[in-house]
Ligand binder design. Sequence first.
Ligand code: PLP
Length: 402
Amino acid sequence: MSKLALDGGRPIFETPLDWRTFWPPVDFQTAEKLTALYLSRRWSAFDEEEKEFATAFAAHHGAKHAIFMANGTVTLQCALGALGVGPGDEVIVPPFTWYATAAAVLHAGATPVFVDIEPDSLCLDPEKVRRAITHRTKALIPVHAFGSMADLDKLRQLANDCDLRLIEDCAHVHGAVWGGKGVGTIGDVGSFSFQLGKTMASGEGGMCITDNPSTAEKLFRASHIGYGPGEQPGKTQNGPPLGLQCYNFRATAFQALMLNRQLGQLPDLLHRYEAAVRRLEERLSATTKMRFQSRGRRADLQSYFGWVMIFDHNRYKALTIDRLQQAIMAEGLPILRAYHPTYRFMLFNAASSAYRVAAPCAVTEATCDRMLWLMHPYLGLDDQKLDSIAAVFEKVLSNLTA
Ligand SMILES: *Cc1c(COP(=O)(O)O)cnc(C)c1O
């Protein structure tokens, strides 16, 4: 057995892997287009690039409308506003997510209510959602966590039965297909993020998709200081509907240009990621006792936001997750603990009266204490590197449990 890098042995990756050195994708053709855009001075104000990208993104997901915005937090905020959710209303969210999902609810003036997740998919548990619904509940925001799908059959049914709005947080699942439909089109609104670490990335950026023309118009107005599509600032008589809070949440033409290029490459990327996950798991399910989230609820076309493994303390006695993470990092593989329960975030502690935890979130707590996350860019590496990644897990687990 070779000595752990943690104990002074030779690391498997002598130069530690670092996703920032190869993600997001860049190419000279796009760089030339960006230069031309720069020289044209047509950088923003909802010009052709933004429209072209929004149209292509909607079509790719099989949605009728797409509204391009500044990030994937304000998309959720505008979705809530456009669907009539605001002060006095409760919105059910999972606590196993990036803090944006619940923060957007606060920003919309409503109250986030945290409901626990399912142990396999790591997405909102429909049975627990049902028990948490009150007369104030107005909306549900399931998150398709790390590529696993929330139970949209049950959640859609529940939303219909109880007259609730359904917003899909699709920040982890660009391009996924579920039940023959593009992700984001089963909810009333689907929300995406193009932040630097996402599967489509332009530094910052976000998109809402919807099939409902009235919701689409409200989303547009909410993010374009009240103006509707085609309306000229300063030259229009029509205002937004009464009570719709409107902001400047526009994205720029530069982001649209980069993202349009990435959208064309997305199907290939998703296939590469799928093959990488299969390669890693085929090998590691034979040689380790790790559990993989990919065995949760799968999409028809899976969009992995990385690779999530659940480390079971009972199967690895006397080994802690912190020690496991440290040992893996020392081998040159940057592995992350990912989320802490959202209600522990600073923002929610500061606003402790402004949210509610419907019932103890034991599955979330246990998952946050046991999961490791390899960010998606590493799934794009070649087979030799993927095999070295698998070797890191084998080396570390066999040493630490010897
Ligand atoms: C990234 C992310 C968002 C949006 O974040 P922004 O950084 O504001 O674009 C929303 N929900 C989830 C689950 C995310 O991972």
